[in-house]
Design a binder for this molecule. Sequence first.
Ligand SMILES: Cc1cc2nc3c(=O)[nH]c(=O)nc-3n(C[C@H](O)[C@H](O)[C@H](O)COP(=O)(O)OP(=O)(O)OC[C@H]3O[C@@H](n4cnc5c(N)ncnc54)[C@H](O)[C@@H]3O)c2cc1C
Ligand code: SF4
Length: 333
Amino acid sequence: MKLFAYTKTTEVSEAIKQTSASETAQQGAKIRYIAGGTTLLDLMKLSVENPGTLVDINRLPLDKIETTRDGGLKIGALVKNSDLANHPYVQTHFPVLSQALLSGASAQLRNMATTGGNLLQKTRCAYYRDTAFACNKREPGSGCPAIDGANRTLAILGTSDICIATNPSDMCVALMALEATIVIDGPSGQRDVAIDDFFLLPGSTPHIENVLKPGDLITHVLVKAMPPGSKSVYLKLRDRASYEFALASAAVIVQLEGGKVSHARIALGGVGTKPWRSRQAEEALSGVAVNEGNFRKAAEEALRDAKPQSQNKFKIELSKRCLTHALKIASSS
Ligand SMILES: Cc1cc2nc3c(=O)[nH]c(=O)nc-3n(C[C@H](O)[C@H](O)[C@H](O)COP(=O)(O)OP(=O)(O)OC[C@H]3O[C@@H](n4cnc5c(N)ncnc54)[C@H](O)[C@@H]3O)c2cc1C
Ligand code: SF4
């Protein structure tokens, strides 16, 4: 690990001022915020990230979970994954979010990991994490060994010709189905960004993963109440039962009326270069009778544009079964 300066702050404005001096808020930034450190410190030890200064944001007043007037949530960026998952209101009213968080990492990691840090966690693509290899995301223009290499765990949706890295977050898949809003404060003021717009597809610039600009700080995540009577489920399939990233996952929110689906929000994990909202599946479910055949048809739609690589074709069927099963669980709960 390279030497770095360490500073801490208790004021949001001060944190932004310190960090906006950074050349870029993306890869290669000279100044970085540090929250739980469970992503950033690993990458610094691997020399994948080499910030000159860390600004410790753990003392900022952003660690509250509040309920909003409409029954939604205002989640501070420093709320720990474990606190959010185990909050009684979240467990009762947003089971999909609690389940997604509890399926991630380990208890120890969830006790450190924060909401803001989880949104910005990096891909687990092995080439990205090993500086002995080229990687367009780590070093733009250097190449992508994964395309002809070890790509079993990598993405099949939203890929480009130069990067097929999977977004590894579970929490973000649930937040995508919940249509969350990311609240950002920065040198040019505050702004709200819909989560689907927050994450960027790799395209020709896989090193730019989101809309954050230098100095931008995520302060909160807003979640609206789910429609009355909605059922929600997060289902995660992986190589082992715990402490493992998703090969395929599904966050589903459904409202059922008279044996039909009146409202559906669907997001997939483990298969996309960003947490993957499937509007195709939502459309396919709109107004249809609640039965396995219709759930499978929606899953077929969700994976219609999948583009597998040499080792991950199995993810297409796995993801379809995951979504179908998640819909069955949600509709029978
Ligand atoms: C062994 C292991 C297994 C894991 N398994 C899973 C899993 O199964 N599922 C899953 O979803 N995740 C998993 N994770 C990832 C884990 O959830 C993330 O590491 C964690 O959520 C990151 O949060 P953090 O607070 O520690 O972030 P940090 O490491 O502190 O920061 C991560 C990045 O976010 C930036 N940042 C942090 N907060 C802010 C903010 N408020 N505004 C702007 N920038 C900010 C930092 O500068 C840094 O670039 C695993 C991690 C490990 C190490
Ligand atoms: S898939 Fe993306 S992250 Fe992985 S080696 Fe290729 S460019 Fe790098």
